[in-house]
Design a protein around this ligand. Structure first.
Ligand code: TXA
Ligand code: MG
Length: 343
């Protein structure tokens, strides 16, 4: 199959969105930009199209998809009820990088939810994503548009790299602003529970929903046969082909660790303030003080290193508090939980 790449700008957005919408309505899958990462979209009422998302990505059949809407009315009939805490979340964070999990109705196919009785809904803020959902007129199921296990795509080039020849259309809306996937919170249980950290942090959510908690599964290596609320946590994620080690220490100890342990073929993935002091090949992923910058860059840097002859990536670990948890959660999974802690 030939994959077309269409670049969008303010002027051509209506045409581009309607071309994408026409393909999506026909049951094709299309890669689209969002403010977090690129998504691989199909309309939710066409089971074959949704099924094709899993085939194209090589996605495990037990990892459910997020349903994307461009208008609150699109949620009508898909969810059983909207609890009070969800109203707060919707009011303060939608449209934006927050996914909310509700109890689902029969209208949502098991192919989307992998047989779960809940459905994840997201109202993206990206104008191109919204224009495409509007043009389709149907909510879109969309996981990140990478091959399963690989770092999520934050540019159209990343999508081309993974999906060229597998899908008919990639919409190029430039670099994604946020760079890590949405925060996922479930409102189906007694306590609103964050299942995946993102740039909207627990602390921000607690301003409006003080009882919110974060699932313990977020912090550990979930086994393949384990039953967890968020199936996504148990799959291999964000991994470049080579070995990745996370070094959790201050700057001095990180640099000392590199001096003592680095071998031929190693690359350091450090903070920009450390560039001058590192003697081995290195690439920075943002300022130590800017979680936003780190989040924006991590997947592009991991992909860049993956494309070179790198044997090991030695990453200076970010913080774990607030928004930084979104970055550390991705990096710890990229490292397969291989962390060296230096106190
Ligand atoms: O920012 C994002 O969320 C991006 C863009 C494209 O919107 N999408 C994304 O989708 O990251 P994906 O498929 O890569 O991650 C979806 C996550 C997975 O961890 C999945 O297990 C979880 O959401 N999820 C989806 N539906 C769920 C459900 N009903 N219950 C629990 N977890 C669910
Ligand atoms: Mg993903």
């Amino acid at each position: 199959m030939k994959t077309r790449v269409l670049k969008t700008n303010k002027q051509n957005l209506p045409e581009v969105a309607s071309a994408a919408g026409a393909l999506l309505r026909k049951g094709e899958v299309v890669a689209i930009p969002t403010e977090t990462v690129y998504g691989l979209a199909a309309q939710i009422f066409d089971e074959d199209a949704v099924h094709r998302i899993f085939t194209v990505k090589g996605r495990p059949q037990d990892n459910p998809l997020i349903v994307h809407i461009s208008d609150l009315k699109m949620m009508d009939g898909l969810v059983q009820s909207v609890p009070e805490c969800a109203c707060e979340l919707i009011q303060h964070f939608w449209p934006g990088p927050l996914t909310i999990i509700f109890k689902k109705t029969e209208k949502v196919s098991d192919v989307v939810t992998c047989g779960l009785d809940s459905v994840a809904i997201r109202f993206p803020e990206h104008p191109v994503a919204r224009a495409i959902i509007d043009a389709t007129g149907i909510p879109l199921a969309a996981p990140s548009a990478n091959l399963s296990g690989k770092p999520s795509p934050t540019t159209a080039d990343h999508c081309v790299h993974d999906l060229n020849g597998l899908i008919p259309l990639i919409i190029d809306g430039g670099e994604c602003r946020v760079g890590v996937e949405s925060t996922v919170i479930s409102v189906t249980g007694e306590v609103p529970m964050i299942l995946r950290p993102g740039i909207i942090s627990l602390e921000e959510i607690r301003r409006w929903v003080p009882e919110a908690e974060i699932s313990s599964a977020v912090f550990r290596d979930v086994k393949a046969d384990e039953k967890v609320e968020s199936p996504g946590l148990k799959h291999r994620h964000y991994s470049p082909g080579c070995e990745v080690i996370l070094i959790d220490s201050d700057s001095r100890n990180y640099i000392e660790y590199l001096e003592k342990n680095a071998r031929e073929g190693d690359v350091a993935m450090c903070f920009s303030e450390e560039n001058e002091r590192i003697a081995i090949p290195h690439v920075s992923y943002g300022k130590a003080s800017s979680t936003e910058e780190q989040a924006h860059n991590i997947f592009a840097v991991l992909r860049d290193l993956d494309s070179r002859e790198v044997k090991r990536i030695l990453i200076h670990a970010p913080g774990h508090i607030g928004k930084a948890l979104a970055v550390s959660n991705r990096l710890i999974r990229a490292a397969g939980f291989h962390v060296v802690e230096i106190k």
